[in-house]
Design a protein around this ligand. Structure first.
Ligand SMILES: [Fe+2]
Ligand SMILES: [Fe+2]
Length: 286
């Protein structure tokens, strides 16, 4: 696939946390602007990085709505589920609704996939179902681990970019699982993260790109770049809550070349920075 402009490289636009619903206009205003931008720029691929659905993983109509508006794009898309699409991680989640086979089946019915692997140019790309980590023994988690191990093995010797709805960690890979469920559900649990990072180090993963936190952040550690895509929908939490990244909306424009990759955060200057906490919590003290 060739990019339509002069800049070389395989161009992926990563959109995350769309949070769409049939019930209201929240966030759809932003999505229309994102879609216009994508149609103008025509990247090679759009990675839809989870939380397509506004809130409820069992809201079938919202899944259908999100699928319809994203599938209307004229460029190819790959999908990954988030906690609002299929439920939260069983052992370390926060939401009442947790991942199970029925919710995964719903996502598969609407979006056709929950993980994927492909290559383009020198690069290999892996998308994971982050909601399956710490599943408490679900067979789907074991199957995914086998698939991850086989995939990174297959791509050994090439630079690998890995996509996941949730970040691997907040402060450091060695951090203990948080007591506070709000923080605990923000990233992978320690055991899963340790196992995944060991595979990443061994098989040449160069980039881990995630969403979920509704913040943008880009840093490197131990030879791997970790990039947090902002949400296209809104920022989360009141301004005085601890944030690790930049509290902004947007999406990520990647270009992967034989020598490396570039990224830029796009959209903070033309999307609404919707404040989710205002709708959730109402007036101060209310
Ligand atoms: Fe989200
Ligand atoms: Fe999320």
């Amino acid at each position: 696939m060739n990019s339509p402009n002069d800049t070389p490289g395989f161009r992926i636009v990563q959109v995350s946390d769309l949070h769409l619903s049939t019930e209201h206009e929240h966030h759809y205003d932003n999505w229309r602007r994102v879609a216009e931008w994508i149609e103008r720029e025509k990247p090679d691929l759009v990675v839809v990085n989870g939380d397509l659905v506004m809130e409820d993983p069992d809201a079938d109509a919202d899944h259908a709505f999100a699928r319809d508006v994203v599938a209307a794009l004229s460029v190819p898309c790959r999908y990954l589920p988030g906690n609002h699409d299929i439920g939260d991680n069983v052992l370390f989640g926060k939401m009442e609704k947790r991942v199970n086979d029925e919710r995964r089946s719903r996502f598969l019915r609407h979006f056709g996939e929950e993980r994927w692997a492909f290559d383009a140019g020198r690069w290999a790309f892996l998308g994971l179902n982050a909601q399956l980590f710490g599943s408490g023994g679900q067979s789907a988690e074991a199957e995914q681990w086998t698939w991850i191990e086989n995939s990174v093995q297959r791509f050994t010797g090439r630079p690998i970019a890995l996509f996941s709805h949730k970040p691997l960690f907040l402060d450091h890979p060695s951090e203990a699982d948080h007591e506070d469920p709000l923080l605990r559900q923000s990233c992978l649990d320690l055991a899963s993260r340790t196992r995944l990072l060991e595979l990443c180090q061994r098989h040449g993963v160069r980039l881990v790109s995630c969403g979920h936190k509704h913040q943008s952040r880009a840093f490197s550690l131990d030879g791997i770049y970790h990039i947090w895509a902002p949400a296209t929908a809104c920022v989360n939490g009141p301004p005085d809550r601890l944030h690790w990244g930049v509290r902004e909306v947007g999406f990520v424009d990647y270009r992967f070349t034989p020598d490396g990759f570039t990224h830029r955060f796009v959209g903070a200057d033309f999307l609404f920075r919707h404040e989710n906490y205002m709708r959730k919590y109402g007036a101060p003290g209310g």
